[in-house]
Design a protein around this ligand. Sequence first.
Ligand code: SAH
Length: 439
Amino acid sequence: MEPSSLELSPFIREPLKTGSEETPLAPLEIPPIPLFQRGVGGIYCRNEEGILDSAALLPNPPPMGGGVNSTLLGGFPETESASLSRTNLLGLNRKAMEDYFRSIGDKPFRAVQLLQWIHQRGVDDFSAMTNLSKPLRTYLASHCEIRPPEIVLAQEASDGVRKWVLQVDANNRIETVFIPEEGRGTLCVSSQVGCALDCSFCSTAQQGFNRNLSVAEIIGQLWVAQRELGTERRVTNVVLMGMGEPLLNFNNVVAATELMMDDFTYCLSKRRVTLSTSGVVPALDRLAEVSDVSLAVSLHAPDDALRDELVPINRKYPIKELLAACKRYIGKEGRRKVTIEYVLLDGVNDSPAHAKALAKLLANVPSKVNLIPFNPFPNSRYRCPSPETITRFSEIVQQAGLITTTRKTRGGDIDAACGQLVGRVNDKSKRHFKLQAIA
Ligand code: SAH
């Protein structure tokens, strides 16, 4: 039997929902829509919403004459000129999408229809959205857009890992990596252009920092990856372990993860969306209030003196405060253990004494340890320990009763492994000037 276009859509993980009584949805007809048409606008390389991290959530002002009645009764006038700055609907989560439709005098349940078209079916052309009225489609086509970041380089490693370099504006590029595994596919997503935190073993840090990514640019990485993977593979897990510190782009990251977990988009469960942080303690407490994502923390050292050196934010939020915040986070009902990431650096933090100290430190923290053998990059001063050293370290931590896994290096031949993502960052941190001055 010929599979329907619905089954063919890589965006869809379960039958589309048709809504509840509260939000009556027209049954979604399933016309044979070409997947991933390049539609509206096709304008790339423009600045997104800028660095204000809530900007992407603000809908455009109502259209001219905009009250509920005038818009609904009068329809969506075809003559209305296109707004100069279109609303990128890709970046609107359910709430923001509902607000948008309210603001143009339409019903909030349109939000669900749009979310399904964009995220479950990969459609970026309003004219293909056949369960919307013609005037609404015309209105959206002239006021809105569905604009993902543009792929400027796509690479595939010998082990099947795929990396996309994405242009987010004229001067900046970010990287996104897909890691296929038996029974699952993990997408490593970036949250900022560069990183401001300056961890000494991370190549993203060496690029400096430019700006936060907008919601559209964060969720756009998932959208683009799913489009590129086609029907062959699905993104089943997302880790915010690409470029940037997610908790320093709080609002946009939270909105984007909400979009990932929405029933009408990618339907990823909270267990399958993991936020990795170097330990921005106040933001971690805020996250506990508003989000349910799984948590990973980049610890990398068992004592403050060493962590101060490797992860400079430790000077502001030392280990004791960080672990207390981790406990508060997982203390919330239904949350799992926190994943403690520990990059193994030859001769720096990989001795049996370090392993014992780590196990002692974590004795009272519901956690599991993920050891990451250091991935080298040009001009880095560190090396990866020997396999024997890694095994010994792992055994000591395990013997102390902690679940311990060692991350397999994937995608190393295309510089797609942890800490190797560089993109292209128009550094605004002036770090390079400082380094030149020191040299
Ligand atoms: N800013 C977030 C996300 C960063 S990347 C954070 O700090 O958690 C995800 C993980 O890769 C972090 O644990 C990071 O410390 C680690 N990492 C960075 N550079 C690395 C490298 N060269 N080799 C191995 N792991 C690295």
